[in-house]
Design a protein around this ligand. Structure first.
Ligand SMILES: Nc1ncnc2c1ncn2[C@@H]1O[C@H](COP(=O)(O)OP(=O)(O)OP(=O)(O)O)[C@@H](O)[C@H]1O
Length: 921
């Protein structure tokens, strides 16, 4: 038992011993670990201290005095030396490598000393831009690059810019001139690298209006440098954003992610590089500007746009390099890191910069070429283009390059504006000539209307002096300033054509003109361009013409695009734009804007390009007038003598088989004998047509009254204007006579006005010449003739008879005379009017006033006048003869109002035919 106890104690004691041993080991390890950690901490603290003063100063810096001699210090210094030499082992030839890099990436003016290039013109155009642009030089001690202390190594410092990076410069106090010199230096290197015009610089300075980089003054007169209004940063940002959008769309469509990629692949530069320099004042931009700026910065590089920001505090998207000035010579840059000071290049000699700027400016202007002529707009071969997709033609030149106008899907309609004399008509001629020379009349049809007083398009139709015409022109309307109805007629015509094309497209199950042409290759589907000069006349009254014109124009503007019907609306700026009040649809659809110099409100409100456009230039803008779409163009003189007519003759000879255009000249009265409506009249049995005047239509047509055997088929001419009344009755009678063989019709001509006797007799002679036997009666016989005609109504042989009465009201007293128990002459006339037409006897009568006609007809007799022509009569008087509707009509010379209740909803303006007067002969 006792032995057992002893054994147990020994076992416990042993276990305790073993435990004590283990604990001792653990404590020893912990102590060692702690000592190591303390050692490491000491070294780290020392390392930090050494790094704070710099390894090179560790030997003598007072901050390290108390640690010198410590073993840990020796080991830290030794470790740091090892690290540095290992790091700089690769950098031993760093400066030399940098020098080589800058030399290869910043070749020529991009990196070479100014003396070698300042004042010479750049030669790079479509190829790659230099990758780096020199700004100065840095020097480092030999030791820092693993070499010998005290020796110096210097290398060029350059920054990327075009296509690569934005630049953000931060000034130090009193260093504005250094910043200017830095920016001027950079810009001058860029401008001297490329061919003049390949780079466009935009300058904006929050604090200065004009004197931003004054040495560039000469360039600011060209498109190479634009100085922006300090209060309108938003305009500049808008313009840049617009360029980015446009370029992005263009490059993406062509299948490239960036402009640079496209340039590389095609070997062609289609856009200039753009550099926008923004000078701030160190204060934050307004939040909306900042937001726009960031948006621009993120898309700019892909569009060849680089930003140089000076004291504009912001963090930009896209790649950005920074330069921070330390004083007026030194800076640090993100290219080299904060440990290296850069000695910026000294300012370029101001006189030489100004001289170089002047040279470049001169070259830019020379590149614009001497004044280019109209002939330069024409292709070498005529009629080679196809209009299925769009119409495209140059209208002038800018800096030597042709500037095109495109009429197509994105820009279906155009608005042209400018003050009087600014060259609108000339522009139209340049455009029409350039288009007509490229597209054959099968590809392009022109409808040309000028509301101006004058005959600007008259030369495009055959004339007395020149028999040629522009074969593309289908309609030429001149002197239509008082005939707004003609504008309406054109819009109606186009609207009908739109419907016709839509129907055809539907039939072929296609949606637009390009597809329709593909589906129907034998069809005639030219693109139609309708030019309306001074179009605001269409909207000149508060009447039905304005209302209808607005509705039609809106419809055409909206739907014309897909069917190849395009509007070109020209006007004096303000008047034209004001005309759009309440019709924004038309205005908005005119995405092609052309602003002549000093034109206001044609472009977007903030777009001031037209204000500064020089004489004989135009701002062509395919982006609804937003600044980034501006293309300044010098328009050649297309209105000079022997310019357009020469082209017209060539085209006329070439396309001789295409007929001439319809010419509508509002100042010339139409001739009945030349009217197709008259010359093509054929014998008509029961529905003879009495022509009364020319209708205002796109087709050469006449208004006619059908004198069928039906109640009310009489014609009244109303008003005191003798010449026109004679014209209407003569046209009606002669046209009727043409529709009957000799002897098959009777004409009774009753003249109640002595002064018209000769004309009535002359008409009778005309009828006789056709083989008819007209009866002419004088005023005194009219009551008898009327009674006689009324009596004959009961005869069975009521053959066609026309009773033409001149000045019925002049014989009213005689007609009203009544013998007791017998009907008066007036009663007979009323019978004739009421019952005659059904029996084939029609009255064509002239009353010199509406009230006088009413007197003749008596109560309820208005039904017997089925058609009338009103001359110098106010519209308000005519309601009774127009189913009670309000008639808008103010008499005007050479025009009449025609209404036929059997065919018209409302009266229409008609043009009485010109009568051959004795004095004309
Ligand atoms: N690009 C040009 N080069 C040379 N001369 C021009 C040019 N453009 C117009 N002109 C001349 O200027 C004059 C006025 O031009 P145009 O008739 O085209 O102006 P407009 O704007 O149509 O004027 P308005 O509205 O008064 O008719 C014409 O005599 C024309 O010859």
């Amino acid at each position: 038992m006792r032995r057992k106890v002893v054994e147990q104690r020994a076992r416990v004691t042993n276990a305790f011993e073993a435990l004590r041993h283990q604990i001792g080991l653990a404590l020893g390890a912990a102590r060692n670990a702690r000592l190591d950690a303390e050692d490491a901490l000491t070294k780290l603290r020392l390392e930090k201290l050494v790094l704070s003063v710099g390894l090179d100063h560790a030997e003598d810096d007072p901050k390290l005095a108390e640690h010198r001699g410590e073993p840990a210090m020796a080991s830290v210094l030794s470790w740091l030396h090892t690290v540095r030499s290992r790091f700089y082992a690769d950098w031993a030839d760093g400066p030399a490598q940098l020098r080589d890099l800058v030399a290869s990436e910043a070749d020529g003016p991009a990196g070479r000393p100014a003396g070698e290039w300042l004042g010479t013109l750049g030669r790079i155009d479509g190829t790659e831009p230099p990758g780096l642009w020199r700004i100065g030089e840095a020097t480092v001690d030999g030791l820092s690059v693993g070499g010998t202390r005290g020796t110096t190594h210097s290398f060029d410092v350059a920054v990327p810019l075009l296509d690569e990076s934005h630049l953000s410069i931060t000034s130090a106090p009193k260093t504005r001139h250094t910043v200017d010199a830095l920016v001027e230096n950079l810009l001058m290197r860029v401008l001297s690298t490329f061919t003049p015009g390949a780079v466009k610089v935009h300058l904006w300075d929050v604090g200065q209006l004009t004197a931003v980089l004054p040495n560039f003054y000469a360039l600011s007169r060209t498109s190479a440098v634009t100085v922006h209004d300090p209060t309108r940063l938003v305009d500049l940002l808008d313009e840049l954003a617009g360029h980015i959008r446009r370029i992005h769309t263009h490059t993406m469509q062509a299948g490239y992610p960036t402009l640079r990629a496209m340039r590389k692949a095609t070997g062609k530069r289609v856009e200039p590089w753009r550099i926008a320099v923004l000078y701030g004042n160190g204060e934050n931009l307004a939040p909306e500007h900042l937001r726009d700026l960031k948006r621009v910065a993120s898309g700019a590089l892909a569009a060849g746009i680089s930003l140089v920001l000076v004291d504009v505090p912001t963090v930009l998207g896209g790649s950005v390099e920074t330069i921070s000035l330390l004083d007026d010579r030194r800076a640090i840059t993100s290219m080299t890191g904060s440990g290296v000071e850069v000695w910026l290049d000294p300012p370029l000699p101001p006189g030489q910069v100004a001289g170089a700027a002047a040279r470049i400016a001169e070259a830019v202007i020379t590149k614009q070429g001497g004044p280019r002529s109209f002939a330069d707009l024409l292709p070498t071969e005529f009629g080679k283009e196809c209009s299925a997709r769009e119409l495209r033609a140059p209208v002038g030149f800018y800096e030597g390059e042709p500037v095109e106008v495109v009429i197509g899907d994105a820009t279906p309609h155009a608005l042209i504006g400018g003050p009087s004399g600014s060259g609108k008509t000339n522009f139209l001629y340049a455009l029409l000539g350039s288009l007509a020379a490229r597209y054959s009349p099968d590809e392009l049809a022109l409808y040309l209307l000028d509301f101006k007083e004058g005959v600007s398009f008259a030369g495009l139709a055959p004339g007395k002096k020149d028999e040629s015409w522009l074969p593309h022109a289908r309609l030429v309307g001149v002197n239509v300033n008082t005939d707004r109805e003609f504008g309406l007629a054109l819009l109606r015509f186009l609207s009908d054509e739109l419907r016709r094309r839509s129907a055809a497209a539907k039939e072929y199950e296609v949606t637009n003109i390009a597809e329709l042409r593909a589906a129907d290759p034998d069809g005639h589907w030219p693109r139609i361009v309708a030019v309306i000069d001074e179009f605001q006349y269409l909207f000149a009254g508060r009447d039905s013409v304005t209302a209808m014109a607005t509705a039609l124009l809106e419809d055409l503007a909206r739907r014309g695009r897909s069917q190849g019907i395009h509007l070109v609306l020209a006007s004096q700026d303000i008047a034209g734009i004001d005309a759009f009040w309440g019709k924004p649809a038309v205005f908005e659809q005119c995405t092609l804007r052309i602003a002549m110099p000093k034109a206001r409100r044609v472009l977007a409100e903030s777009n001031q390009a037209a204000v500064s456009a020089p004489r004989w230039h135009a701002v062509v803008n395919h982006e609804s007038g937003i600044s980034h779409g501006n293309q300044l163009v010098h328009v050649p003189d297309a209105s000079a003598k022997d310019t357009f007519p020469v082209l017209q003759r060539q085209l006329w000879q070439r396309y001789a088989t295409h007929g001439g255009p319809r010419l509508f000249d509002g100042a010339v009265a139409p001739q009945l004998d030349e009217s197709p409506a008259f010359t093509t009249l054929e014998p008509a049995k029961d529905r003879p047509r009495a022509l009364v005047g020319q209708s205002i239509e796109v087709m050469d047509n006449a208004h006619a009254v059908e004198l069928a055997s039906a109640p009310g088929r009489n014609l009244a001419v109303l008003g005191s204007s003798t010449a026109e009344a004679l014209s209407v009755l003569e046209a009606a009678t002669r046209s009727l006579a043409r529709q009957y063989p000799p002897g098959a019709v009777e004409f009774v001509l009753g003249c109640a006005i002595d002064t018209c006797a000769d004309e009535v007799r002359a008409l009778a002679d005309d009828l006789a010449a056709l083989g008819h036997k007209p009866v002419v009666t004088s005023a005194s016989d009219i009551p008898t003739v009327v009674a006689d005609q009324a009596a004959r109504l009961s005869e069975p042989d009521g053959g066609p008879r026309f009773v033409v009465l001149y000045g019925v009201d002049a014989v009213s007293p005689a007609l009203e005379r009544k013998e007791p128990g017998k009907p008066s002459g007036l009663d007979h006339l009323r019978t004739l009017l009421k019952q005659g037409p059904v029996k084939g006897t029609h009255v064509l009568g002239w009353w010199r006033g509406v009230a006088r006609l009413k007197d003749t007809l008596g109560f309820g007799g208005t039904e017997d006048i089925g058609a009338w022509v009103a001359l110098d009569v106010q519209g308000s008087e005519l309601a009774a003869f127009c189913a009670g509707q309000v008639v808008h009509w103010s008499p005007r010379a050479g025009r009449a109002l025609f209404f036929d209740r059997s065919t018209h909803a409302s009266p229409e303006v008609t043009i009485p035919f010109h009568r051959q007067e004795a004095s004309d002969a």
